[in-house]
Design a protein around this ligand. Structure first.
Ligand SMILES: [Fe+2]
Ligand SMILES: [Fe+2]
Length: 290
């Protein structure tokens, strides 16, 4: 398939950021355990999801002859690898606070290795499954871009979140907006079936709801201060009202957007805002200076 590009041409480059978590408090969104754990779910689940997408796009790379798309895919792979390790670095901190992320990481890792990657497939079955993995990656990337734009826009986070944590989630969010079209374009190049895109779009939406509910419940149950906290439902409603976490409606309304036949990720979010954040992010700046 020949790609048609508009003027939004950027080079996607990995930024080799570093973070240190030695002094991070348990509730790094001050006084907001549930909002902190919803954010923690990203640290716990994203590395495995990103590893799965890196593998899918790496497997698709030999099929792509379009030079620009290849460059974007290579940039995407580099960015997602750094995202994955940056969130993984927090697992030790979470374990240190008694939150025991092992059961979640272990199950997701098994799913990625045995269900998503399915290394034993050959020939046409292997290609069909690659199309499925790319379609699922494109759908998941829709939500990471939506989340990325949300963290860039959420001014309530400015004073509420530990500054280094805020930089991690905004640097990651900005790169999600920056590379929002890549998995989608790779899927459209290799397969492009609308039916598969719609089906995996619905699957990804359900999967994310299940993972977020499961992950937040696990972290909340293991929180050593849980007995002194307000009821989790009250905390959640209050955090949404304060703008510290997005509402469920923010994501539900994205399902029909992704299912539109003429949908393309470049229609979403603000690339300008993302690039402006990356130009002044402390971690991205330090990475550039190396
Ligand atoms: Fe990412
Ligand atoms: Fe991404």
């Amino acid at each position: 398939m020949t790609q048609v590009y508009d003027s939004e041409a950027i080079t996607i480059t990995p930024r080799d950021v570093q973070f240190r978590w030695d002094d991070l408090p348990l509730h790094y969104i001050e006084g907001e355990p549930i909002a902190t754990h919803i954010t923690n779910v990203m640290h716990v689940t994203l590395p495995e999801g990103e590893r799965a997408m890196v593998q899918a796009l790496s497997d698709a790379l030999p099929l792509v002859k379009d030079e620009r798309l290849r460059d974007e895919m290579i940039g995407f792979i580099g960015q997602e690898e750094i995202h994955s390790t940056s969130h993984e670095d927090l697992h030790e901190y979470l374990d240190k606070h008694g939150l025991d992320v092992g059961p979640i990481v272990g199950r997701l890792s098994w799913l990625v290795d045995h269900v998503f990657n399915r290394p034993g497939l050959k020939g046409r079955a292997k290609h069909a499954w690659l199309c499925e993995r790319l379609a699922l990656s494109a759908a998941l990337e829709h939500y990471t871009a939506v989340m990325g734009q949300w963290v860039l826009d959420a001014e309530a986070l400015d004073d509420a979140v530990d500054p280094m944590m805020l930089d991690l989630i905004r640097w990651h969010g900005a790169e999600e907006v920056e590379h929002r079209n890549v998995a989608f374009d790779a899927y459209m190049y290799v397969d492009g079936s609308y039916f598969r895109r719609a089906r995996t779009g619905v699957m990804a939406s359900v999967l994310l709801v299940v993972i977020f509910a499961w992950g937040t419940a696990h972290l909340y149950r293991n929180d050593p201060t849980r007995k002194r906290q307000k009821f989790w439902g009250r905390q959640l409603i209050s955090a949404v009202r304060k703008g510290l976490v997005p509402s469920g409606a923010h994501f539900v309304t994205e399902v029909p957007v992704y299912l539109r036949k003429d949908f393309h990720p470049s229609q979403m979010g603000s690339l300008d805002k993302a690039l402006r954040y990356l130009a002044q992010s402390p971690a991205a700046q330090a990475a550039t200076a190396h």
